[in-house]
Design a protein around this ligand. Structure first.
Ligand code: FEO
Length: 431
């Protein structure tokens, strides 16, 4: 890892003023917008004290670069700040780390105001870029696709590009200024937290927002987070300037370390060499529970699989999400109630979009009285989440017989065997 002695600005952070940019480093200004009244972002994210749309200006000897813009409704605020630190004819580059509308909303107007500026996009961004401009009369001719290793020399300030796809859109990238140790990180390391003191050592306690943002935006892309950290951790870092929330000048490396902790599999170290199978169930009269226990018994007979059994009647499903994130397979059981699976089962299944479950092994089971739709419904949801569901779900009428419990054990055995068998051998067995 490189070491660097440069230091971030340590003077007291002034509050953001209307129409004024705020210096965050030598020749670099924040020109974004505050949105303190926002209470829900993207329909689903709670934003208890609003958010910020962070845009930045980097001044080099040969021109100015604008890094990201703001949500369209905040364009007037953005342009006033931008005009406080540069003229439009000085803008040589517009860099888009991410094209979601909260960062690209003011882009069409910026391109009109600064027609000489060249646009720099990640290699996955052109389709979205063209869609963004289709309702305008701007022809997106002048743009350059960058990749990791691409650099733009502004004169004394270099913009170095690092591709961080799927954090959280395919197009996402980071832009680094090596002379300053400054990383413009896009949504990565950001959070929805609005405080006009801007810097992490001056704003209020935003730890909850940081964790909440990770959990809801980045967590489904855990493997991409780890890949991005491998790319970014070797950089000398004085300052991280994300696209939302505080600018991270105090101990910026802490935020990389926290991302690595959050993205790491919690049980990975203890479970080396073992596969994990989680069995969740709800039971009205004990029949589905009997099935769950029999599936567990069958699975436990397979060496190399650690089986866990959980009753969803406890109500709060949130502790199970962490477990599922690092598990290899999940099996879900529910009785059929009025033609449906029980509510806690749906709460569990509805929570799985926040983590990466694609490719995990899945199965469903349940006892029923009259119609027994729950098993197929749960199976459909597991398949919709892209779990691998190789075995037909097991639905049994009322209390299982000994013979039926043996079927449950056999399902457990097959699931466990599937987990420990290399994919090539499974294909050969199926052929
Ligand atoms: Fe802040 Fe993904 O936009």
């Amino acid at each position: 890892m490189q070491t660097r002695t440069m230091s971030a600005p340590t003077q007291a952070a002034a509050r953001i003023q209307p129409g004024q940019a705020l210096a965050i480093a030598d020749g670099v200004h924040w020109v974004g917008a505050l949105d303190p009244d926002l209470r829900t972002f993207d329909i689903v994210l709670a934003t208890a004290n609003g958010t910020t749309y962070n845009s930045y200006v980097v001044r080099g000897e040969r021109g100015v670069a604008v890094i990201d813009t703001v949500k369209a409704a905040f364009a007037p605020e953005f342009f006033r700040r931008l005009e406080s630190v540069c003229r439009y004819d000085e803008i040589r580059a517009i860099v888009l780390n991410h094209l979601e509308p909260d960062h690209s909303g003011a882009l069409p107007e910026l391109m009109q105001r600064a027609p000489e500026a060249h646009v720099y996009l990640s290699s996955r961004a052109p389709m979205m870029f063209k869609a963004l401009l289709k309702a305008t009369d701007i022809t997106p001719a002048a743009f350059t696709l960058v990749q990791t290793g691409s650099r733009l020399d502004l004169g004394g300030r270099t913009l170095a590009f690092y591709q961080t796809p799927f954090l959280h859109w395919p197009d996402t990238q980071c832009t680094y200024v090596p002379e300053l140790g400054l990383l413009f990180s896009g949504d990565v390391f950001g959070c929805h937290f609005c405080d006009d003191r801007l810097f992490n050592d001056k704003v209020g306690d935003f730890r909850f927002s940081f964790e909440y943002y990770y959990a809801h935006i980045m967590r489904p892309f855990r493997q991409h987070v780890l890949a991005a950290l491998d790319l970014l951790e070797p950089l000398a870092l004085t300052l991280i300037a994300p696209a939302h929330g505080p600018v991270l000048r105090q101990n910026p490396r802490h935020y990389l370390a926290r991302y690595r902790q959050l993205a790491a599999g919690r049980l990975d170290e203890q479970m080396v060499g073992e596969k994990t199978l989680l069995i969740f169930y709800l039971s009205a009269y004990g029949a589905t529970r009997m099935m769950a226990e029999a599936i567990a018994t069958g699975a436990e007979a397979e060496t190399g699989v650690r089986v866990s059994l959980y009753d969803l009647e406890v109500g709060d499903v949130s502790p199970f999400i962490d477990l599922i994130e690092t598990a290899d397979g999940i099996v879900i059981g529910s009785p059929t109630l009025n033609g449906d699976a029980a509510k806690p089962v749906w709460e569990l299944l509805a929570s799985l979009h926040t983590i990466h479950v694609r490719g995990k092994l899945g199965a469903a089971f349940g006892s029923y009285g009259w119609s027994g739709e729950a098993v197929a419904m749960m199976e459909d949801r597991l398949k919709g989440l892209r779990l691998h569901v190789p075995f037909e779900g097991l639905r049994l009428k009322l209390v299982p017989t000994e013979e039926e419990l043996a079927q449950c054990q056999e399902l457990g055995r097959k699931l466990a065997h599937h987990l420990v068998t290399p994919p090539g051998e499974l294909c050969a067995a199926a052929a």
